[in-house]
Ligand binder design. Structure first.
Ligand code: 2U9
Length: 357
């Protein structure tokens, strides 16, 4: 019996893990364990022998059980000590912080533009992005087979074979919105039409979808002098530069006569663009006096009414204002790069930095 005790107590003391302990428990005091078998043998002993061996076996069983329990808790303590030693938290690390979303720069710039023109008395007009070719072209003095239709790189909607109606198009400019506004409201009218337009073109300065804002002011005696004043007010407010100069160059558009392309004053210093100073010019806009045919098509009498119209790219304006060099970056799915341009908080314009030639 002493051998048995010696054997198990030293094996328990040497056990390195719980599995070994469980094996020892089964070998010693499990149903078929050595101690249990000896207890079963008690029945075959004489009463005298049993009186001695019985309590001794019970005591041995208790002793083994409490040695097992003590070793088990010692192993658990050691495992906890080991985890405490190897696993640790640096409670001084800075927190991860909230990830804030921001308004897209094109949306922000659209809102800035609408707010500035609202102060000048222009309402915002909207219309469909899928247009009839009449609104997109004919109503704007671009008849079928006019060469200007080719210049727009138009996306045409599918027509089934045998369906001879003219196709719908993805609008190539927001001008049809203003034709619709004039049809509905008549003259006098002052509206801007911001929105998406589509042309089949893709490179560093062109994406197949981009954003335009066009403006229209029709009254009895609106002139190009009014156009120049409105545009200079707009650019001064948009770029936050008082007295910014514009330059008008004669041009041609089917929907305006006369027509002018408009540049704003700028300079390039060490490859950096600065707007509103210097002797260089940057083209930003097309404009002119609305062609009488366009007024007529929209149901406005050209003998009674006249006015100006202009058009410009919103994405391009956003790039200029915030110094973003590649238009395609706007329409990537991942906009984290915008932080680089100060859009994390959206109130830190970088007008006088960035953008190399
Ligand atoms: C109506 C009548 C006339 C809008 C105009 C331009 C000139 C023009 C371009 C600027 C850059 C398009 O985004 S861009 O490529 N636009 O040059 N747009 S006049 O003329 C109108 C509009 C509506 C009823």
């Amino acid at each position: 019996m002493d051998d048995l005790k010696q054997k198990y107590l030293s094996a328990i003391a040497d056990a390195g893990d719980e599995a070994t302990l469980e094996e020892l428990r089964l070998q010693a005091v499990g149903k078929k364990g050595e101690v249990s078998l000896r207890m079963r043998a008690l029945g075959k002993m004489s009463p005298e022998e049993r009186q001695v061996a019985g309590p001794a076996l019970n005591a041995l069983k208790d002793e083994i059980n409490s040695a097992l329990a003590a070793k088990k808790s010692a192993l658990a303590d050691a495992a906890l000590d080991e985890r405490l030693r190897t696993e640790w938290l640096d409670v001084t690390l800075p927190g991860r912080g909230d990830r804030h979303g921001t308004i897209h720069p094109v949306s922000q710039v659209s809102e800035e533009i609408a707010a500035i023109f609202a102060n000048l008395g222009f309402a915002v007009a909207e219309g469909p992005q899928i247009e009839t070719d009449w609104y997109n072209f004919d109503s704007l003095n671009i008849p079928p087979h006019h060469p200007a239709r080719q210049e727009f790189d138009t996306f045409y909607m599918h027509r089934d074979a045998g369906d001879d109606r003219p196709p719908h198009v993805l609008r190539t400019h927001t001008s049809p919105v203003q034709t619709r506004a004039m049809e509905k409201q008549g003259a006098p009218i002052r509206v801007i039409a911001p929105g998406r337009v589509y042309r089949s073109d893709y490179d560093q300065t062109h994406t197949p979808m981009f954003h335009q804002v066009e403006g229209l002011a029709i009254d009895r005696d609106i002139s190009m002098a009014n156009l120049k004043w409105v545009l200079e007010e707009f650019f001064a407010a948009f770029f936050e530069i008082d007295g910014i100069k514009t330059r008008f160059r004669a041009s041609h558009f089917p929907f305006t006569e006369p027509s002018a392309e408009v540049d704003i004053q700028c300079s390039w210093v060490d490859g950096q663009l600065k707007i509103g100073e210097g002797d260089d010019w940057m083209e930003v806009l097309g404009s002119g006096m609305v062609h009488p045919n366009v007024l007529q098509a929209a149901g406005v009498n050209p003998d009674e009414w006249q006015g100006f119209a202009f058009g410009m790219g919103i994405d391009r304006l956003a790039m200029l204002k915030y110094g973003i060099p590649d238009l395609r970056a706007f329409f990537d799915s991942d906009l984290r790069w915008l932080r680089h341009y100060g859009f994390a908080s959206l109130d830190v314009p970088t007008l006088h930095g960035g953008l190399s030639r």
